[in-house]
Write a protein of this length. Structure first.
Length: 213
């Protein structure tokens, strides 16, 4: 019997994950059955179960792949001197996540799927652990980039890299939620909004800011 090449195995796994992602994004995680995934992927039960035994394994694999693609974008950015500014990098990363992730799906599909993954972490400890690890990795990567900004002299604010990392992650999460709920926000809006906020000159204020009473 001829051996199956690794390229063929990888392509089959990709076919299954893309089919599952389209099903989950379109119909919801709980409303999608493994039979739906089989039909969407155009494969037999044996072919699919060779790679994934359940929907939980599928959703975990999709989440892990997403974090891997985002990490790659950060690694490439960190190799630049100086690295791209947050507005450019965030737009680039969100584009990878929302527009290049699911083959054959509409541009808002992965945003809907991500929100479902977040919800699943409330009941699935394994998925929650994977998501927490992914979040910690993103936070560490952003912190390293902010340190690089400081080293290159483009960042002078007296705010910890950890705090700024959490803030940018929150901005991305909020944008993804908007895409999932409303589907009418262009990725360029996020980048332009961040660029506008980054242009503020706090030193131009006259006197200390006053708290709103």
């Amino acid at each position: 019997m001829a051996r199956v090449s690794q390229e063929h195995l990888d392509a089959r796994r990709r076919q299954i994950l893309d089919g599952a992602a389209r099903c989950f994004a379109r119909n919801g995680f709980h409303a999608t059955s493994m039979q739906d995934v089989l039909a969407e992927a155009g494969l037999s039960a044996g072919a699919v179960y060779r790679y994934f035994r359940s929907k939980d394994e599928l959703i975990q694999a999709i989440a892990e792949e997403t974090f891997a693609s985002v990490r790659t974008a950060f690694v490439e950015a960190a190799a630049s001197t100086p690295p791209p500014t947050p507005d450019v990098l965030v737009a680039r990363v969100v584009t990878i996540v929302l527009e290049e992730r699911i083959s054959g799906a509409d541009r808002h599909a992965f945003a809907r799927l991500i929100v479902q993954v977040w919800a699943e972490t409330l009941r699935d400890e394994v998925l929650a652990k994977a998501l927490a690890q992914g979040f910690d990795a993103m936070r560490a990567l952003w912190s390293e980039l902010f340190d690089a900004y400081r080293a290159s002299g483009v960042l002078t604010a007296d705010v910890s890299s950890e705090v700024m990392a959490r803030t940018l992650i929150a901005a991305v999460q909020g944008f993804i939620a908007q895409q999932a709920l409303f589907g009418d926000v262009e990725i360029e809006v996020l980048g332009e909004g961040l660029r506008g906020l980054m242009s503020m000159n706090a030193g131009a204020q006259e006197g200390p800011s006053q708290a709103v009473r």
